[in-house]
Design a protein around this ligand. Structure first.
Ligand code: PDD
Length: 291
């Protein structure tokens, strides 16, 4: 299937989309990004993702006038090219192109918006329940993890270490003690019926899927405790799951080679998955009616 990209005002086949070698996103990782899931051509929780993109850009002092409106137009153009696919929409905003020098360019240059749309098949029930294996690693990142920065080296190295140990995700812990989040996800545990996850702040990305999951938990009347938990509490949890745009609510069924619970999605995880799925379906059918 042809994949499409947007760069410098043009939508074109992804293989023809190019940026300047002196783009600061390439030179320095000087940019921010978003990943948005498309269900049948409808971007899920689109406004929340775009608001976070704008917040991330502002936090690294990139001023992109009309970013949200532009991103919506770009998404429309990419979706029109690709049709009603289940996919992943990727946006990146970089500080733009300038001769390589660490400080912001003088005179200022225009920031660059890049976008791609790639097919991403809907998860199967089997995938939703069987979950993934994870390992625990030290969180070696900076103190602005709330910014969705393109500079992902620690996250990449952690994911790669996980893969090399037969797992999919790395669960990160500051000083190997306090669990923050996954290398590309937020982390929840269930402890005697209570849901726990790290509070938003400088140590984690405020995940959109986390936010929706907390809304699902509220609608189920579940007790939630947004207080950091330790690696020991993680290991002793009744259920563990991660959340992100591509995995939705995904059980961790093996941790450092040890089976979690009975090795499949636990009862609270399943309840949350069900509510999450029906919220997706509702939003998608509502928005496709208005398209
Ligand atoms: N990552 N924490 C980190 C470090 C992440 O990279 C992500 C998402 C999340 C979850 O955020 P959300 O629920 O808004 O997707 C938490 C995306 C999927 C990625 O980098 O591909």
């Amino acid at each position: 299937m042809q994949r499409w990209a947007y760069v410098d005002g043009t939508v074109l086949p992804i293989e023809d989309a190019k940026v300047n070698v002196e783009d600061r996103g390439l030179q320095f990782g000087d940019g921010v990004y978003e990943v948005i899931r498309l269900y049948q051509g409808v971007p899920f929780t689109f406004d929340r993702h775009l608001a976070r993109l704008q917040r991330s850009a502002a936090k690294i002092r990139i001023d992109f006038p009309n970013l949200i409106e532009t991103a919506k137009q770009v998404a429309d153009a990419l979706i029109q090219k690709s049709g009603e696919i289940d996919g992943a929409l990727y946006f990146q905003v970089t500080r733009g192109t300038a001769p390589r020098n660490h400080p912001f360019p003088i005179p200022a240059v225009s920031p660059r918006l890049i976008a791609t749309l790639s097919p991403l098949p809907a998860l199967t029930q089997e995938q939703r329940w069987s979950g993934i294996a994870a390992i625990v690693l030290a969180d070696e990142r900076w103190l602005h993890c709330d910014i969705k920065a393109t500079d992902l080296l620690p996250n990449i190295l952690a994911r790669q270490a996980a893969i090399e140990q037969g797992a999919e995700e790395a669960i990160l812990a500051r000083d190997f003690r306090i669990v923050t989040e996954g290398a590309s996800s937020n982390v929840f545990i269930v402890q005697s019926g209570v849901l726990r996850t790290h509070p938003d702040g400088p140590f984690i990305l405020p995940g959109i899927t986390k936010e929706v999951t907390l809304e699902c938990a509220a609608s189920l009347g579940l007790q939630v405790d947004q207080r950091p938990f330790t690696v020991e509490e993680l290991r002793a949890a009744d259920e563990i799951f991660i959340t992100n745009t591509t995995h939705e609510i995904c059980p961790v069924t093996q941790l450092d080679g040890v089976v979690v619970g009975n090795g499949t999605a636990g009862p609270i995880t399943r309840q949350l998955q069900e509510v999450f799925l029906s919220r997706c379906q509702q939003e998608v059918s509502l928005l496709s009616q208005h398209a």
